[in-house]
Design a protein around this ligand. Structure first.
Ligand code: BYC
Length: 482
Protein backbone atom coordinates (compact mmCIF):
# COMPACT_ATOMS: atom_id res chain seq x y z
CA UNK A 1 0.00 0.00 0.00
CA UNK A 2 1.27 3.47 -0.89
CA UNK A 3 1.18 5.50 2.33
CA UNK A 4 2.01 8.98 0.96
CA UNK A 5 -1.35 9.07 -0.70
CA UNK A 6 -3.07 9.58 2.66
CA UNK A 7 -1.79 13.17 2.76
CA UNK A 8 -3.89 15.63 0.78
CA UNK A 9 -2.26 18.64 -0.86
CA UNK A 10 -4.28 21.68 0.22
CA UNK A 11 -1.96 24.34 -1.21
CA UNK A 12 -3.49 24.86 -4.64
CA UNK A 13 -6.98 25.77 -5.81
CA UNK A 14 -7.96 22.10 -5.95
CA UNK A 15 -7.09 19.95 -2.92
CA UNK A 16 -5.92 16.57 -4.15
CA UNK A 17 -3.87 13.48 -3.48
CA UNK A 18 -3.29 12.69 -7.15
CA UNK A 19 -0.20 14.84 -7.70
CA UNK A 20 -1.99 17.57 -9.68
CA UNK A 21 1.02 19.84 -9.08
CA UNK A 22 3.05 17.58 -11.38
CA UNK A 23 0.33 17.23 -13.98
CA UNK A 24 -0.01 20.73 -15.51
CA UNK A 25 -2.37 19.64 -18.32
CA UNK A 26 -5.01 18.17 -16.01
CA UNK A 27 -4.48 20.89 -13.40
CA UNK A 28 -5.17 23.54 -16.04
CA UNK A 29 -8.21 21.68 -17.34
CA UNK A 30 -9.69 21.41 -13.85
CA UNK A 31 -8.88 25.03 -13.03
CA UNK A 32 -10.68 26.00 -16.20
CA UNK A 33 -13.70 23.92 -15.24
CA UNK A 34 -13.73 25.32 -11.67
CA UNK A 35 -15.47 28.72 -12.32
CA UNK A 36 -18.27 26.98 -14.24
CA UNK A 37 -18.71 24.62 -11.32
CA UNK A 38 -18.92 27.52 -8.82
CA UNK A 39 -21.44 29.27 -11.08
CA UNK A 40 -23.47 26.06 -11.20
CA UNK A 41 -23.26 25.72 -7.40
CA UNK A 42 -24.44 29.29 -6.89
CA UNK A 43 -27.28 28.92 -9.42
CA UNK A 44 -28.41 25.38 -8.59
CA UNK A 45 -26.98 24.60 -5.13
CA UNK A 46 -28.81 25.21 -1.83
CA UNK A 47 -31.05 28.21 -2.25
CA UNK A 48 -30.63 31.06 0.23
CA UNK A 49 -27.80 29.82 2.47
CA UNK A 50 -24.69 30.53 0.45
CA UNK A 51 -23.42 33.13 2.96
CA UNK A 52 -24.24 31.09 6.05
CA UNK A 53 -21.50 29.42 8.06
CA UNK A 54 -22.08 25.68 8.09
CA UNK A 55 -20.34 23.19 10.38
CA UNK A 56 -19.09 20.83 7.67
CA UNK A 57 -16.66 17.99 7.47
CA UNK A 58 -13.98 18.26 4.83
CA UNK A 59 -11.83 15.34 3.76
CA UNK A 60 -8.21 16.09 4.63
CA UNK A 61 -6.82 12.60 4.21
CA UNK A 62 -7.89 9.26 2.79
CA UNK A 63 -6.70 7.37 5.83
CA UNK A 64 -9.78 5.49 7.09
CA UNK A 65 -8.77 6.25 10.69
CA UNK A 66 -8.92 10.02 10.44
CA UNK A 67 -9.87 11.41 7.11
CA UNK A 68 -12.08 14.37 7.91
CA UNK A 69 -12.01 17.58 9.89
CA UNK A 70 -15.01 19.63 10.98
CA UNK A 71 -15.22 23.40 10.83
CA UNK A 72 -17.47 26.31 9.91
CA UNK A 73 -17.38 26.98 6.16
CA UNK A 74 -19.43 29.06 3.71
CA UNK A 75 -20.55 26.50 1.16
CA UNK A 76 -19.16 28.21 -1.96
CA UNK A 77 -15.78 28.21 -0.16
CA UNK A 78 -15.89 24.46 0.56
CA UNK A 79 -12.63 22.83 -0.56
CA UNK A 80 -13.92 20.43 -3.19
CA UNK A 81 -11.07 18.17 -4.11
CA UNK A 82 -9.92 15.10 -5.96
CA UNK A 83 -9.31 12.17 -3.65
CA UNK A 84 -8.44 8.61 -4.50
CA UNK A 85 -8.20 5.73 -2.04
CA UNK A 86 -4.69 4.30 -1.75
CA UNK A 87 -3.49 2.07 -4.58
CA UNK A 88 -3.23 -1.65 -3.95
CA UNK A 89 0.23 -2.53 -5.20
CA UNK A 90 0.12 -5.15 -7.95
CA UNK A 91 -3.69 -5.11 -8.21
CA UNK A 92 -5.13 -7.44 -10.86
CA UNK A 93 -8.35 -7.21 -12.82
CA UNK A 94 -10.67 -9.21 -10.57
CA UNK A 95 -13.31 -10.50 -13.05
CA UNK A 96 -14.34 -10.90 -16.68
CA UNK A 97 -12.30 -12.01 -19.65
CA UNK A 98 -9.19 -10.11 -18.49
CA UNK A 99 -9.33 -11.58 -15.01
CA UNK A 100 -5.84 -11.92 -13.51
CA UNK A 101 -4.19 -9.39 -15.85
CA UNK A 102 -2.67 -6.24 -14.32
CA UNK A 103 -5.32 -3.63 -13.52
CA UNK A 104 -5.39 -0.86 -16.14
CA UNK A 105 -3.78 2.42 -15.15
CA UNK A 106 -4.78 3.95 -18.50
CA UNK A 107 -8.06 3.60 -20.39
CA UNK A 108 -8.10 0.38 -22.44
CA UNK A 109 -8.74 1.64 -25.99
CA UNK A 110 -11.28 -1.01 -26.96
CA UNK A 111 -13.50 -0.15 -23.96
CA UNK A 112 -13.13 3.60 -24.02
CA UNK A 113 -16.71 4.44 -25.00
CA UNK A 114 -18.25 2.02 -22.52
CA UNK A 115 -16.09 3.28 -19.69
CA UNK A 116 -16.81 6.91 -20.49
CA UNK A 117 -20.54 6.21 -20.51
CA UNK A 118 -20.41 4.59 -17.06
CA UNK A 119 -18.42 7.52 -15.65
CA UNK A 120 -20.73 10.11 -17.23
CA UNK A 121 -23.87 8.41 -15.90
CA UNK A 122 -22.37 8.17 -12.42
CA UNK A 123 -21.25 11.82 -12.62
CA UNK A 124 -24.65 13.02 -13.81
CA UNK A 125 -26.47 11.77 -10.71
CA UNK A 126 -24.32 13.81 -8.33
CA UNK A 127 -25.24 17.38 -9.36
CA UNK A 128 -28.76 16.14 -10.11
CA UNK A 129 -29.38 15.32 -6.46
CA UNK A 130 -28.10 18.75 -5.36
CA UNK A 131 -30.53 20.36 -7.81
CA UNK A 132 -33.40 18.22 -6.54
CA UNK A 133 -32.71 19.24 -2.94
CA UNK A 134 -31.99 22.91 -3.45
CA UNK A 135 -35.25 24.24 -2.01
CA UNK A 136 -35.25 22.16 1.16
CA UNK A 137 -33.11 24.47 3.33
CA UNK A 138 -36.00 26.92 3.74
CA UNK A 139 -38.12 24.33 5.56
CA UNK A 140 -35.49 22.47 7.60
CA UNK A 141 -36.87 20.95 10.81
CA UNK A 142 -33.72 21.91 12.77
CA UNK A 143 -30.23 23.33 12.38
CA UNK A 144 -28.91 19.79 12.82
CA UNK A 145 -30.90 18.60 9.80
CA UNK A 146 -30.06 21.71 7.82
CA UNK A 147 -26.38 21.01 8.32
CA UNK A 148 -26.79 17.38 7.30
CA UNK A 149 -28.56 18.42 4.10
CA UNK A 150 -25.68 20.75 3.25
CA UNK A 151 -23.10 18.11 4.10
CA UNK A 152 -24.77 15.72 1.71
CA UNK A 153 -24.95 18.45 -0.94
CA UNK A 154 -21.28 19.49 -0.78
CA UNK A 155 -20.22 15.86 -0.88
CA UNK A 156 -22.38 15.17 -3.93
CA UNK A 157 -20.56 18.16 -5.40
CA UNK A 158 -17.27 16.50 -4.56
CA UNK A 159 -18.44 13.28 -6.18
CA UNK A 160 -19.04 15.27 -9.34
CA UNK A 161 -15.42 16.47 -9.07
CA UNK A 162 -14.33 12.85 -8.70
CA UNK A 163 -15.93 11.86 -12.02
CA UNK A 164 -14.84 15.06 -13.76
CA UNK A 165 -11.25 14.36 -12.77
CA UNK A 166 -11.44 10.96 -14.48
CA UNK A 167 -12.98 12.53 -17.59
CA UNK A 168 -10.39 15.32 -17.76
CA UNK A 169 -7.40 13.14 -17.03
CA UNK A 170 -8.18 10.10 -19.13
CA UNK A 171 -10.54 11.09 -21.94
CA UNK A 172 -9.01 14.08 -23.73
CA UNK A 173 -11.26 16.39 -25.71
CA UNK A 174 -14.43 14.35 -25.40
CA UNK A 175 -13.83 14.01 -21.65
CA UNK A 176 -13.66 17.81 -21.47
CA UNK A 177 -16.91 18.11 -23.40
CA UNK A 178 -18.63 15.61 -21.12
CA UNK A 179 -17.37 17.54 -18.08
CA UNK A 180 -18.95 20.70 -19.47
CA UNK A 181 -22.20 18.90 -20.27
CA UNK A 182 -22.44 17.70 -16.66
CA UNK A 183 -22.81 21.37 -15.68
CA UNK A 184 -25.38 22.05 -18.40
CA UNK A 185 -28.04 19.40 -17.81
CA UNK A 186 -30.66 20.17 -15.16
CA UNK A 187 -32.82 17.91 -13.03
CA UNK A 188 -36.38 17.88 -14.34
CA UNK A 189 -35.65 20.24 -17.26
CA UNK A 190 -37.93 19.44 -20.21
CA UNK A 191 -35.16 19.89 -22.82
CA UNK A 192 -31.95 19.09 -20.95
CA UNK A 193 -32.90 16.65 -18.18
CA UNK A 194 -30.51 14.56 -16.11
CA UNK A 195 -29.84 11.11 -17.56
CA UNK A 196 -31.67 8.74 -15.20
CA UNK A 197 -35.35 8.90 -14.33
CA UNK A 198 -35.27 9.17 -10.53
CA UNK A 199 -32.96 12.17 -10.78
CA UNK A 200 -35.58 14.18 -12.60
CA UNK A 201 -38.20 13.73 -9.89
CA UNK A 202 -38.90 16.37 -7.27
CA UNK A 203 -37.73 16.13 -3.67
CA UNK A 204 -40.55 18.31 -2.37
CA UNK A 205 -40.29 17.83 1.38
CA UNK A 206 -38.03 16.50 4.13
CA UNK A 207 -39.65 13.09 4.36
CA UNK A 208 -38.83 12.69 0.68
CA UNK A 209 -35.29 13.84 1.37
CA UNK A 210 -34.83 11.19 4.05
CA UNK A 211 -36.40 8.53 1.83
CA UNK A 212 -34.20 9.62 -1.07
CA UNK A 213 -31.03 9.45 1.01
CA UNK A 214 -32.13 6.08 2.38
CA UNK A 215 -33.24 4.45 -0.87
CA UNK A 216 -31.59 6.31 -3.73
CA UNK A 217 -28.23 6.99 -2.11
CA UNK A 218 -28.22 3.26 -1.42
CA UNK A 219 -28.39 2.66 -5.18
CA UNK A 220 -25.36 4.95 -5.19
CA UNK A 221 -23.68 2.65 -2.70
CA UNK A 222 -24.43 -0.47 -4.77
CA UNK A 223 -23.31 1.07 -8.06
CA UNK A 224 -20.16 2.51 -6.47
CA UNK A 225 -19.37 -0.87 -4.91
CA UNK A 226 -19.73 -2.44 -8.37
CA UNK A 227 -17.53 0.24 -9.97
CA UNK A 228 -15.02 0.00 -7.11
CA UNK A 229 -14.30 -3.51 -8.42
CA UNK A 230 -13.40 -2.12 -11.84
CA UNK A 231 -10.29 -3.27 -13.66
CA UNK A 232 -9.73 0.42 -14.53
CA UNK A 233 -7.81 1.23 -11.38
CA UNK A 234 -8.38 5.01 -11.17
CA UNK A 235 -12.15 4.40 -11.24
CA UNK A 236 -11.85 1.72 -8.58
CA UNK A 237 -9.81 3.96 -6.27
CA UNK A 238 -12.12 6.94 -6.80
CA UNK A 239 -15.21 4.92 -5.96
CA UNK A 240 -13.62 3.35 -2.92
CA UNK A 241 -13.12 6.76 -1.39
CA UNK A 242 -16.57 8.00 -2.44
CA UNK A 243 -18.09 5.10 -0.52
CA UNK A 244 -16.58 6.47 2.70
CA UNK A 245 -18.58 9.67 2.23
CA UNK A 246 -21.68 7.89 0.95
CA UNK A 247 -22.09 6.05 4.25
CA UNK A 248 -23.02 9.33 5.95
CA UNK A 249 -25.72 10.03 3.36
CA UNK A 250 -27.45 6.77 4.09
CA UNK A 251 -27.06 7.42 7.81
CA UNK A 252 -28.92 10.72 7.28
CA UNK A 253 -31.69 8.83 5.48
CA UNK A 254 -32.01 5.94 7.86
CA UNK A 255 -31.91 8.00 11.05
CA UNK A 256 -34.09 10.69 9.47
CA UNK A 257 -36.91 8.24 8.75
CA UNK A 258 -36.35 6.61 12.16
CA UNK A 259 -36.79 9.96 13.90
CA UNK A 260 -39.97 10.72 11.94
CA UNK A 261 -41.41 7.31 12.85
CA UNK A 262 -40.31 7.66 16.46
CA UNK A 263 -41.98 11.05 16.83
CA UNK A 264 -45.22 9.76 15.29
CA UNK A 265 -45.32 6.76 17.62
CA UNK A 266 -44.52 8.87 20.68
CA UNK A 267 -47.21 11.40 19.83
CA UNK A 268 -49.74 8.59 19.29
CA UNK A 269 -48.90 7.06 22.65
CA UNK A 270 -49.11 10.41 24.45
CA UNK A 271 -52.54 10.99 22.89
CA UNK A 272 -53.68 7.44 23.59
CA UNK A 273 -54.18 6.59 19.90
CA UNK A 274 -53.35 2.97 19.19
CA UNK A 275 -54.85 2.57 15.70
CA UNK A 276 -52.21 3.62 13.12
CA UNK A 277 -54.95 3.88 10.48
CA UNK A 278 -56.79 6.59 12.37
CA UNK A 279 -55.07 9.01 10.05
CA UNK A 280 -57.12 12.08 10.80
CA UNK A 281 -56.54 11.85 14.55
CA UNK A 282 -52.82 11.23 14.11
CA UNK A 283 -52.40 14.14 11.73
CA UNK A 284 -54.05 16.47 14.24
CA UNK A 285 -51.06 15.80 16.49
CA UNK A 286 -48.77 17.50 13.99
CA UNK A 287 -46.97 14.29 13.02
CA UNK A 288 -46.94 12.16 9.89
CA UNK A 289 -49.15 9.06 10.10
CA UNK A 290 -47.48 5.70 9.48
CA UNK A 291 -49.55 4.79 6.37
CA UNK A 292 -48.35 7.97 4.66
CA UNK A 293 -44.75 7.17 5.60
CA UNK A 294 -45.31 3.76 3.99
CA UNK A 295 -46.60 5.41 0.80
CA UNK A 296 -43.50 7.60 0.61
CA UNK A 297 -41.35 4.50 1.01
CA UNK A 298 -43.30 2.80 -1.80
CA UNK A 299 -42.65 5.77 -4.05
CA UNK A 300 -38.93 6.14 -3.42
CA UNK A 301 -38.20 2.41 -3.41
CA UNK A 302 -39.93 1.84 -6.74
CA UNK A 303 -38.31 4.87 -8.40
CA UNK A 304 -34.93 3.69 -7.16
CA UNK A 305 -35.39 0.15 -8.53
CA UNK A 306 -35.60 1.72 -11.99
CA UNK A 307 -32.01 2.93 -11.54
CA UNK A 308 -30.75 -0.64 -11.84
CA UNK A 309 -31.72 -0.68 -15.53
CA UNK A 310 -33.27 -3.61 -17.35
CA UNK A 311 -33.19 -6.91 -15.51
CA UNK A 312 -31.73 -8.54 -18.60
CA UNK A 313 -29.07 -6.29 -20.06
CA UNK A 314 -26.41 -6.66 -22.71
CA UNK A 315 -24.81 -3.43 -21.51
CA UNK A 316 -24.34 -4.90 -18.05
CA UNK A 317 -23.02 -8.18 -19.51
CA UNK A 318 -20.50 -6.29 -21.64
CA UNK A 319 -19.37 -4.07 -18.76
CA UNK A 320 -18.71 -7.17 -16.64
CA UNK A 321 -17.14 -9.27 -19.37
CA UNK A 322 -14.78 -6.41 -20.22
CA UNK A 323 -13.71 -6.00 -16.59
CA UNK A 324 -15.18 -2.51 -16.16
CA UNK A 325 -18.04 -3.04 -13.69
CA UNK A 326 -18.19 -5.93 -11.25
CA UNK A 327 -20.80 -7.31 -8.94
CA UNK A 328 -21.54 -6.09 -5.44
CA UNK A 329 -18.45 -7.00 -3.41
CA UNK A 330 -17.08 -9.14 -6.23
CA UNK A 331 -13.93 -9.72 -4.19
CA UNK A 332 -15.91 -11.59 -1.54
CA UNK A 333 -17.77 -13.87 -3.95
CA UNK A 334 -16.61 -17.43 -4.48
CA UNK A 335 -17.01 -18.45 -8.12
CA UNK A 336 -15.03 -18.19 -11.34
CA UNK A 337 -15.67 -14.41 -11.64
CA UNK A 338 -16.26 -14.87 -15.37
CA UNK A 339 -19.82 -16.18 -15.46
CA UNK A 340 -19.55 -17.52 -18.99
CA UNK A 341 -21.59 -20.52 -17.96
CA UNK A 342 -24.23 -20.65 -15.25
CA UNK A 343 -27.56 -18.97 -14.83
CA UNK A 344 -29.32 -16.57 -12.50
CA UNK A 345 -33.06 -16.45 -11.74
CA UNK A 346 -34.74 -13.32 -13.06
CA UNK A 347 -38.25 -12.28 -12.13
CA UNK A 348 -40.15 -11.77 -15.37
CA UNK A 349 -43.62 -11.40 -16.74
CA UNK A 350 -44.29 -14.69 -18.51
CA UNK A 351 -47.71 -15.53 -19.91
CA UNK A 352 -49.31 -12.83 -17.78
CA UNK A 353 -47.73 -14.14 -14.57
CA UNK A 354 -44.78 -12.83 -12.59
CA UNK A 355 -42.34 -15.69 -12.22
CA UNK A 356 -38.68 -16.57 -12.08
CA UNK A 357 -36.83 -17.66 -15.18
CA UNK A 358 -33.22 -18.79 -15.25
CA UNK A 359 -31.23 -16.70 -17.71
CA UNK A 360 -27.49 -16.67 -18.51
CA UNK A 361 -25.76 -15.20 -15.45
CA UNK A 362 -23.91 -12.57 -17.50
CA UNK A 363 -27.16 -11.09 -18.81
CA UNK A 364 -28.71 -10.92 -15.35
CA UNK A 365 -26.19 -8.68 -13.62
CA UNK A 366 -28.51 -5.70 -13.19
CA UNK A 367 -31.05 -8.03 -11.60
CA UNK A 368 -28.42 -9.50 -9.33
CA UNK A 369 -27.25 -6.07 -8.13
CA UNK A 370 -30.88 -5.11 -7.58
CA UNK A 371 -31.44 -8.26 -5.51
CA UNK A 372 -28.42 -7.37 -3.37
CA UNK A 373 -29.86 -3.88 -3.02
CA UNK A 374 -33.24 -5.13 -1.80
CA UNK A 375 -31.54 -7.22 0.90
CA UNK A 376 -29.50 -4.19 1.99
CA UNK A 377 -32.53 -1.88 1.95
CA UNK A 378 -34.52 -4.28 4.13
CA UNK A 379 -32.00 -4.07 6.97
CA UNK A 380 -32.88 -0.50 7.86
CA UNK A 381 -36.59 -1.17 7.37
CA UNK A 382 -36.35 -3.82 10.12
CA UNK A 383 -34.82 -1.20 12.38
CA UNK A 384 -37.72 1.18 11.62
CA UNK A 385 -40.13 -1.59 12.51
CA UNK A 386 -38.39 -2.17 15.81
CA UNK A 387 -39.00 1.49 16.74
CA UNK A 388 -42.71 0.97 16.01
CA UNK A 389 -42.92 -2.39 17.78
CA UNK A 390 -41.10 -1.06 20.86
CA UNK A 391 -43.89 1.46 21.27
CA UNK A 392 -46.54 -1.19 20.93
CA UNK A 393 -48.15 0.08 17.73
CA UNK A 394 -49.51 -2.59 15.38
CA UNK A 395 -47.88 -1.51 12.11
CA UNK A 396 -44.99 -2.67 9.97
CA UNK A 397 -43.31 -0.81 7.14
CA UNK A 398 -42.88 -3.18 4.21
CA UNK A 399 -41.05 -2.74 0.94
CA UNK A 400 -43.42 -3.15 -2.01
CA UNK A 401 -43.08 -5.93 -4.57
CA UNK A 402 -40.38 -5.23 -7.18
CA UNK A 403 -43.00 -5.18 -9.95
CA UNK A 404 -44.87 -2.33 -8.28
CA UNK A 405 -44.89 1.10 -10.05
CA UNK A 406 -42.03 0.46 -12.45
CA UNK A 407 -40.91 2.55 -15.42
CA UNK A 408 -37.91 0.52 -16.57
CA UNK A 409 -37.55 -3.19 -17.21
CA UNK A 410 -39.80 -6.25 -17.20
CA UNK A 411 -42.77 -4.64 -15.50
CA UNK A 412 -43.17 -1.35 -17.35
CA UNK A 413 -46.35 -2.39 -19.08
CA UNK A 414 -48.28 -3.71 -16.09
CA UNK A 415 -49.86 -2.33 -12.96
CA UNK A 416 -49.67 -4.15 -9.68
CA UNK A 417 -50.59 -3.55 -6.07
CA UNK A 418 -47.81 -3.45 -3.47
CA UNK A 419 -47.92 -7.24 -3.16
CA UNK A 420 -47.35 -7.74 -6.88
CA UNK A 421 -50.94 -8.72 -7.78
CA UNK A 422 -51.78 -7.56 -11.29
CA UNK A 423 -54.29 -4.73 -11.61
CA UNK A 424 -56.18 -3.50 -14.64
CA UNK A 425 -55.68 0.13 -15.68
CA UNK A 426 -59.05 1.00 -14.18
CA UNK A 427 -58.24 -0.71 -10.87
CA UNK A 428 -54.86 1.03 -10.77
CA UNK A 429 -56.42 4.43 -11.33
CA UNK A 430 -58.97 3.75 -8.63
CA UNK A 431 -56.48 2.42 -6.07
CA UNK A 432 -53.31 4.39 -6.84
CA UNK A 433 -53.73 6.64 -3.84
CA UNK A 434 -53.79 3.63 -1.53
CA UNK A 435 -50.21 2.92 -2.53
CA UNK A 436 -48.59 6.24 -3.40
CA UNK A 437 -48.86 9.72 -1.84
CA UNK A 438 -52.02 11.49 -2.97
CA UNK A 439 -52.38 15.23 -3.52
CA UNK A 440 -54.00 15.39 -0.10
CA UNK A 441 -51.04 13.62 1.52
CA UNK A 442 -48.69 16.04 -0.18
CA UNK A 443 -50.65 19.06 0.99
CA UNK A 444 -50.67 17.72 4.55
CA UNK A 445 -46.92 17.04 4.60
CA UNK A 446 -46.27 20.44 3.09
CA UNK A 447 -48.30 22.05 5.87
CA UNK A 448 -45.86 20.55 8.40
CA UNK A 449 -42.79 21.84 6.61
CA UNK A 450 -42.22 24.92 8.75
CA UNK A 451 -38.61 25.86 9.43
CA UNK A 452 -37.19 25.47 12.92
CA UNK A 453 -33.93 27.40 13.05
CA UNK A 454 -33.46 27.77 16.81
CA UNK A 455 -30.57 25.72 18.19
CA UNK A 456 -31.69 22.61 20.10
CA UNK A 457 -35.27 22.86 18.77
CA UNK A 458 -37.00 20.48 16.35
CA UNK A 459 -40.16 20.67 14.26
CA UNK A 460 -43.22 18.90 15.68
CA UNK A 461 -42.99 15.91 13.35
CA UNK A 462 -39.43 14.71 14.02
CA UNK A 463 -37.57 13.50 17.12
CA UNK A 464 -34.11 14.87 17.99
CA UNK A 465 -31.13 12.70 17.05
CA UNK A 466 -29.51 10.43 19.62
CA UNK A 467 -26.11 12.12 19.28
CA UNK A 468 -24.88 15.30 17.67
CA UNK A 469 -22.58 15.52 14.68
CA UNK A 470 -18.93 15.38 15.76
CA UNK A 471 -20.34 14.70 19.27
CA UNK A 472 -21.56 18.26 19.61
CA UNK A 473 -24.10 18.98 22.35
CA UNK A 474 -27.80 19.53 21.59
CA UNK A 475 -27.66 23.33 21.66
CA UNK A 476 -24.79 23.51 19.16
CA UNK A 477 -25.40 25.99 16.35
CA UNK A 478 -24.71 23.78 13.32
CA UNK A 479 -25.55 26.56 10.87
CA UNK A 480 -25.04 30.26 11.56
CA UNK A 481 -27.65 31.67 9.24
CA UNK A 482 -26.51 34.83 7.48
N1 BYC B 1 -33.42 5.98 -16.65
O1 BYC B 1 -29.15 -2.20 -20.75
P1 BYC B 1 -29.89 -1.29 -19.84
C1 BYC B 1 -25.87 7.66 -7.15
C2 BYC B 1 -31.25 3.16 -20.40
S1 BYC B 1 -26.96 6.58 -7.91
C3 BYC B 1 -33.19 6.29 -17.95
O2 BYC B 1 -30.77 -1.91 -18.85
P2 BYC B 1 -27.62 -0.64 -18.31
C4 BYC B 1 -26.45 8.74 -6.33
C5 BYC B 1 -29.77 2.82 -20.48
O3 BYC B 1 -28.97 3.97 -20.25
C6 BYC B 1 -25.92 5.50 -8.90
N2 BYC B 1 -32.60 5.45 -18.83
O4 BYC B 1 -28.90 -0.32 -19.12
C7 BYC B 1 -27.55 8.54 -5.54
C8 BYC B 1 -29.67 2.29 -21.88
O5 BYC B 1 -29.63 3.38 -22.77
P3 BYC B 1 -28.72 3.33 -24.10
C9 BYC B 1 -25.57 6.04 -10.27
C10 BYC B 1 -32.25 4.22 -18.39
O6 BYC B 1 -26.58 0.18 -18.93
C11 BYC B 1 -28.08 9.57 -4.81
C12 BYC B 1 -31.00 1.60 -22.10
O7 BYC B 1 -31.89 2.15 -21.13
N3 BYC B 1 -24.58 5.24 -10.91
O8 BYC B 1 -24.71 7.53 -7.30
O9 BYC B 1 -27.37 -2.06 -18.10
C13 BYC B 1 -27.52 10.84 -4.86
C14 BYC B 1 -30.86 0.09 -21.95
O10 BYC B 1 -30.72 -0.20 -20.58
C15 BYC B 1 -32.47 3.83 -17.07
C16 BYC B 1 -24.84 4.36 -11.89
O11 BYC B 1 -25.94 4.19 -12.32
C17 BYC B 1 -33.08 4.76 -16.18
N4 BYC B 1 -33.33 4.45 -14.89
O12 BYC B 1 -28.04 -0.15 -16.83
C18 BYC B 1 -26.40 11.04 -5.66
C19 BYC B 1 -23.67 3.55 -12.39
N5 BYC B 1 -32.02 2.55 -16.94
O13 BYC B 1 -27.31 3.35 -23.63
C20 BYC B 1 -25.85 10.00 -6.38
C21 BYC B 1 -23.39 3.70 -13.84
C22 BYC B 1 -31.55 2.18 -18.12
O14 BYC B 1 -29.11 2.08 -24.79
N6 BYC B 1 -24.50 3.25 -14.66
N7 BYC B 1 -31.68 3.17 -19.00
O15 BYC B 1 -29.11 4.60 -24.81
C23 BYC B 1 -24.77 1.95 -15.01
O16 BYC B 1 -24.11 1.06 -14.57
C24 BYC B 1 -25.87 1.65 -15.97
O17 BYC B 1 -25.85 2.57 -16.98
C25 BYC B 1 -27.30 1.60 -15.39
C26 BYC B 1 -28.28 1.11 -16.49
C27 BYC B 1 -27.31 0.69 -14.18
C28 BYC B 1 -27.79 2.96 -14.99
Amino acid sequence: MNINIAAVDYDGLIPNNVGLGDDPRVKRALEKWHPGYIDWWKDMGPEGFQESLVYLRTAVSVDPKGWAKFDYVRMPEYRWGVLLAPAHEGRKIPFGRHKGEDAWQEVPGEYRAMLRRLIVIQGDTEPASVEQQRHLGKTAPSLYDLRNLFQVNVEEGRHLWAMVYLLQKYFGTDGREEAEALLQRRSGHPDTPRMLGAFNEKTPDWLSFFMFTYFTDRDGKMQLEALAQSGFDPLSRTCRFMLTEEAHHMFVGETGVTRVIQRTCEAMKEAGISDPNNIEAVRKLGVIDLPTIQKKANMHFSLTLDLFGNEISTNAANAFHSGLKGRYREDRLKDDHQLESGTYPVLRLIGGKIQNEDVPALSALNMRLRDDYVVDANVGVSRWNKVIADRGIPFQVKLPHVAFHRHIGEFVDINTDVDGNLLSDAEWTKRRNEFLPSDGDRVFIESLMQPQFEPAKFASWIAPPKVGIDNKPGEFEYVKIA
